[in-house]
Design a protein around this ligand. Structure first.
Ligand SMILES: Nc1ncnc2c1ncn2[C@@H]1O[C@H](COP(=O)(O)OP(=O)(O)OP(=O)(O)O)[C@@H](O)[C@H]1O
Length: 244
C-alpha cells in the first residue's frame, strides 16, 4: 500500500477556510492525497465534505488557505483551469444526460473532456475495458439506466478527461447493496491503474474497505487522520461516525 511519507503529493489543502455568505463552513482544513493514493473524507451530514470538494473545484473558492494540485496553487483558480490541471469530479445523484444514449453521453465527454487529455491518455476503448457493460448499453437512453449503470456512466465520462485526481462525492448514495459492491470493484481497479482518488462517504465502512487512508471531519474541521485499518478499528471513530 502507498504511504504518504514516501510518495509524491498530488493534492494538498492547507488551512483552508471556506464560507457560504457569512457562514464559516471549512475552518482551517488541511488534508493531503498522495500520487496514486485513495483517500476517504468521512463525516456525518453537514460536516463539510461536499464543501471541501467544491473548494478544490473552485465552485466555492476558499477565502483563506492554499490548495496545491501537483505543486500548482489552484485555490483561487477558475473551475475549467482546475479541470485542466487533471482534477475530475463525479457528483452524487443521477447526473447524466437522460435524453441521450449511453454512446452519445460518452462521445460528448470524449469530445469536450478528451480534448484536454494527453495524446497518450485514456481512450474510449480503455474506459470500456474497465466498464465493458457500457458497450451492451450503448444504445440505451441514459435516463432509463439503473442507479448502478448511471454511476458507471458517470465514472466513465470522468475518466475520459484523463484525470490524475478523481473526486467522488458520495458514490454509494442511492445504490443497492449489490451495486455498492460493484462500485467497490471499480474503485479497486482504478486504484490499481494508479489514479489518485478522494472520496466522500457517509457509508464509512464501504469507503474504508477501498482506500488507503482516511480523514474524519466534524463541523468543518478534521478530527482524525489515519490509515483505513486504524480508522476501521477505532471505537472513537466508529462512535463519531455512528457506525455500529
Ligand atoms: N449553498 C449553501 N449556502 C449556505 N450553507 C450551505 C450551503 N451548502 C451547504 N451549506 C451548509 O454547509 C455545511 C456543510 O455542508 P456540506 O454539504 O459540505 O456537508 P456534507 O458533509 O457534504 O454533508 P452532506 O452529506 O449532507 O452533503 C452545512 O451546515 C450546510 O448546511
Amino acid at each position: 500500500m502507498p504511504h504518504t511519507t514516501t510518495m509524491a503529493t498530488m493534492l494538498e489543502l492547507t488551512d483552508v477556510d471556506t464560507y457560504y455568505g457569512a457562514s464559516h463552513i471549512l475552518q482551517g482544513l488541511s488534508l493531503k492525497v498522495g500520487a496514486g493514493e485513495a483517500v476517504a473524507l468521512l463525516g456525518r451530514n453537514g460536516a463539510g465534505k461536499t464543501t471541501t470538494m467544491r473548494s478544490v473545484l473552485g465552485l466555492t473558492p476558499p477565502k483563506r488557505g492554499s490548495i496545491l494540485m501537483d505543486g500548482t496553487e489552484i485555490a483561487r483558480a477558475k473551475t475549467h483551469r482546475i479541470a485542466r490541471q487533471g482534477v475530475a469530479f463525479v457528483a452524487s445523484g443521477r447526473r447524466v444526460f437522460g435524453g441521450l444514449t449511453v454512446a452519445q453521453n460518452l462521445e460528448l465527454a470524449a469530445r469536450t473532456l478528451g480534448k484536454r487529455a494527453a495524446a497518450d491518455g485514456r481512450t474510449l476503448e480503455d474506459v470500456l475495458t474497465v466498464f465493458p457493460k457500457l458497450r451492451e448499453l450503448a444504445d440505451r437512453r441514459a435516463g432509463f439506466l439503473s442507479g448502478g449503470e448511471q454511476q458507471m456512466l458517470k465514472l466513465a465520462r470522468a475518466l475520459l478527461g484523463n484525470p490524475r485526481l478523481l473526486l467522488l462525492d458520495e458514490p454509494t448514495e442511492g445504490l443497492s447493496p449489490a451495486v455498492v459492491s460493484d462500485l467497490g470493484r471499480w474503485l479497486d481497479r482504478l486504484r490499481e491503474q494508479g489514479l489518485s482518488i478522494l472520496l466522500t462517504e457517509q457509508n464509512a465502512l464501504f469507503a474504508l474497505a477501498h482506500v488507503d487512508r482516511g480523514y474524519v471531519m466534524l463541523k468543518g474541521r478534521i478530527t482524525h487522520e489515519a490509515s483505513a485499518e486504524e480508522l476501521r478499528s477505532s471505537e472513537e471513530v466508529r462512535a463519531a461516525l455512528g457506525v455500529g
